[in-house]
Design a protein around this ligand. Structure first.
Ligand code: NAD
Length: 269
C-alpha cells in the first residue's frame, strides 16, 4: 500500500510557519489539497509563501484566515472549505501559542489565551471536522477511513513544565480530547491521534536554539543529539493520515529524538 493522500482535502491550522508549514508541504507533496490556515492579516504573506511553495511543486491548496479560538470563524472556515472543495478528509490541529510566566505571576489573560487557542481551538476544529466526516460518510476512492484528525500536542502532554503551567495544561488536556474522540467515533471509522513533538526548530522556541550556547544546552536533553525539523513532523503526519496507518487510533506518537527517555538519568539517578 502506498503512503498517499491523493484526492483528499486537509485543513492544517496555523500553517503559515513552523511545524504547520512543514506538515502542509508534506501533505501537499503526498497529493492532498491543503488549506493553509493563518490567524490574522499580518501572517498572510507567510501563508502565501507556504502556498506558493506548494503550488510551485505541483501541489494544490488555498490560504484561509481564521482564528481557531473563535467559534464563528471556525464554523465559517469549514463551511467555506466544503463549499470550495466538496469536503474535508483530514484535520491537523496544529495552531498553538506559549504565554509563559512563573505561576504566581501568570495572568488570567495569559491562561485564557493559551487554553483558548491550544485547547478550545482544537475542540472547535475537531467538532466541525467530525460533523463533516459524518455528513460525507466513507468514500473509498479517498480513504478507507471516514476521516482523520491529528492533534499536535507536545512532550509536555506528559512532561510537567515549570513556568509554563498554561501550556502544559493545554497539552495534557489534548490527550483526553484525542482519546475520547477516538473512542466516541471509532465505530464511524474516524481515526484520531496525537503527535507529541520534542524540540523542533521553529519560531515558538527560538530562544532555545538561536545561540550556540542555548542549542548546546538544549541538546543535553536530546539523546539523538540534534534538534528536530518541521519535515520530521510532516513525514509522521502524512503517515498517520494515510491508509497505511489505518489501525492506529487513540494514541499519542512521541517524536522527540529520545527526549522522553529523560537523558538526565543516563549518568545515574
Ligand atoms: P509557530 O509559532 O511557528 O507556529 C504556531 C502557529 O500557530 C503560527 O503559524 C501561528 O500563526 C498559529 N496561530 C497562533 N494563534 C492562532 C490562532 N488563534 N488561530 C490560528 N492559528 C494560530 O510554532 P510551532 O513550533 O510550529 O508550533 C506549532 C504547534 O506545535 C503548536 O501547537 C506547538 O505547541 C506545537 N509544538 C511545538 C514544539 C516545538 O519544539 N517547536 C514542540 C512541541 C509542540
Amino acid at each position: 500500500m502506498e503512503v498517499s493522500l491523493k484526492n483528499q482535502v486537509a485543513v492544517v491550522t496555523g500553517s503559515s510557519s513552523g511545524i504547520g508549514a512543514g506538515i502542509a508541504k508534506s501533505m501537499a507533496s503526498s497529493g492532498a489539497t491543503v488549506i493553509v490556515n493563518y490567524p490574522f492579516e499580518g501572517a498572510l504573506e507567510q501563508a502565501n509563501s507556504v502556498l506558493k511553495e506548494i503550488t510551485d511543486s505541483g501541489g494544490n491548496g488555498m490560504v484561509y484566515q481564521c482564528d481557531v479560538s473563535k467559534e464563528d470563524q471556525v464554523v465559517k472556515m469549514f463551511q467555506d472549505v466544503v463549499a470550495r472543495f466538496g469536503t474535508v478528509d483530514i484535520l491537523v490541529n496544529n495552531a498553538g501559542v506559549q504565554k509563559d510566566a512563573p505561576f504566581t505571576e501568570m495572568t488570567l489573560d495569559q491562561w485564557n489565551t493559551v487554553i483558548g487557542i491550544n485547547l478550545t481551538g482544537q475542540f472547535l476544529c475537531a467538532r466541525e471536522a467530525v460533523k463533516e466526516f459524518l455528513r460525507r460518510g466513507i468514500d473509498t476512492s479517498r480513504s478507507i477511513a471516514c476521516g482523520k484528525i491529528i492533534h499536535i500536542s507536545s512532550v509536555h502532554e506528559i512532561v510537567p513544565w515549570a513556568g509554563h503551567a498554561n501550556y502544559a495544561s493545554s497539552k495534557g488536556a489534548i490527550r483526553m480530547l484525542m482519546q475520547t474522540l477516538a473512542q466516541e467515533f471509532g465505530g464511524d471509522k474516524i481515526r484520531v491521534n496525537s503527535i507529541c513533538p520534542g524540540a523542533i526548530q521553529t519560531p515558538i522556541n527560538k530562544n532555545a536554539w538561536e545561540t550556540p550556547e542555548a542549542l548546546a544546552d538544549l541538546l543535553k536533553l536530546i539523546p539523538y543529539n540534534r534538534i528536530g525539523q518541521p519535515e520530521d513532523i510532516g513525514n509522521l503526519a502524512v503517515f498517520l493520515a494515510s491508509d497505511m496507518a489505518d489501525y492506529i487510533t487513540g494514541t499519542s506518537v512521541f517524536i522527540d529524538g529520545g527526549m522522553t527517555t529523560f537523558e538526565s538519568f543516563s549518568t545515574g539517578g
